[in-house]
Design a protein around this ligand. Structure first.
Ligand code: NAD
Length: 318
């Protein structure tokens, strides 16, 4: 199939591209490399350096590629940036998605897969949070991830574009930057590798639902031919405190560092874990990686990167 992945140079998008290429799909990537990187680009996918807020360039790419399916992962992903730059956040996440939808309409794309977020639910009224839970974002990022859900549904009703809307919990894994929703894992790893003391905002008893990126990539593959016109939580259905996460990582690194506790930040949700029953039923979602296993894989990756960087530094006599 011809599949276009926006944000395919980023953390989650690049894992999806890798899986699609393995399955011999014809894959193209649209990314402006703002948080993504060229190193993440799969050599067997065509890459267009293009900003989704630039409708004219985006249209040219769509006309060339004529994607049958669009997996739209390009976004402004940082809650704190959304609080400081609400208009920019909306421009990328809302207007950018409208541009993508317009292009889908023009080239008759069959289906769009869109990653929304646990952030749309805000502070949970009950746990685990299912898809019927009230929508009540407490950050501009939560609003800008939710608003496109409405656009997608109306584009679908008016122009017949099918969709699967995913609401991811906190995704972690290889290639993650420090700013996204599962970013705490990559922050801890950076600190452990640098032998520095990590900070925890609040008392560390806040909980999250950490899902490994390879399981998320698989969910996207499943949605290529399942889950039409559905909204599905993609998660592990498991609550893990930030303190517990810290403890597991300390064991993996075999170190005795103690974290520094800092004040809670605006826009941070206290407890969150998502009910994934519907995704299991409808697209046959599988959580193949336990937290410990996914963390070990992730740490291995960052350790390798670090030792390569050390070798380069030694070679260059830095
Ligand atoms: N990481 C998580 O835990 C999580 C949770 C819920 C939802 N999501 C969603 O998943 C998607 C991917 O997130 P990620 O964590 O991989 O982040 P990421 O920053 O690694 O990926 C986003 C990609 O989009 C690109 N991009 C940003 N603005 C762009 C623009 N204007 N035009 C073109 N490309 C642009 C970036 O360069 C980057 O490659 C996002 O839509 C995010 O909202 C992520």
């Amino acid at each position: 199939m011809r599949i276009l992945v926006t944000g395919g140079a980023g953390f989650i998008g690049s894992h999806i591209v890798d899986e699609l290429v393995k399955l011999n799909h014809q894959v193209s990537i649209v990314d402006n490399l703002s948080t993504g990187s060229e190193e993440n680009l799969n050599k067997n996918a065509r890459f267009y350096k293009c900003d989704i807020t630039n409708k004219e360039t985006l249209r040219l790419v769509f006309e060339l590629e004529k994607p049958e399916i669009v997996i739209h992962h390009a976004a402004q992903i940082d809650v704190q940036t959304s609080l400081k730059k609400a208009a920019f956040d909306a421009k990328v996440n809302i207007r950018g998605t409208i541009n993508v939808l317009e292009c889908c309409k023009e080239v008759k794309t069959r289906k769009i897969i869109y990653p929304s977020s646990a952030a749309v639910y805000g502070d949970p009224k009950y746990l685990p949070v299912d898809e019927e839970h009230p929508i009540n974002p407490i950050s501009f990022y939560g609003i800008s991830k939710h608003t496109p859900e409405h656009y997608i549904k109306v584009y679908s009703e008016l122009y017949g574009i099918k969709y699967t809307i995913f609401r991811y919990s906190n995704v972690y894994g290889e290639r993650q930057g420090a700013k996204g929703e599962g970013g705490v894992v990559s922050i801890f790893i950076d600190k452990f590798l640098a032998k520095e003391v990590p900070s925890i905002f609040g008392d560390g008893e806040q909980t999250r639902d950490f899902i490994y990126v390879k399981d998320v990539a698989k969910a996207n593959l499943l949605a290529l031919d399942k889950g039409d016109n559905e909204i599905l939580n993609i998660s592990t259905n498991t609550q893990v405190s930030v303190n517990k996460l810290f403890e597991i990582m300390r064991e993996i690194f075999v170190v005795k560092i103690v974290p520094v506790y800092k004040e809670v930040r605006d826009g941070d949700i206290e407890h969150s874990y998502l009910d994934n029953t519907r995704a299991k039923e409808i697209i046959n979602l599988k959580n193949e990686y336990e937290l410990q296993e996914g963390l070990e894989e992730t740490v291995k990756y960052y350790m390798n990167l670090n030792s390569v960087a050390d070798e380069v530094a030694v070679a260059k006599n830095i």
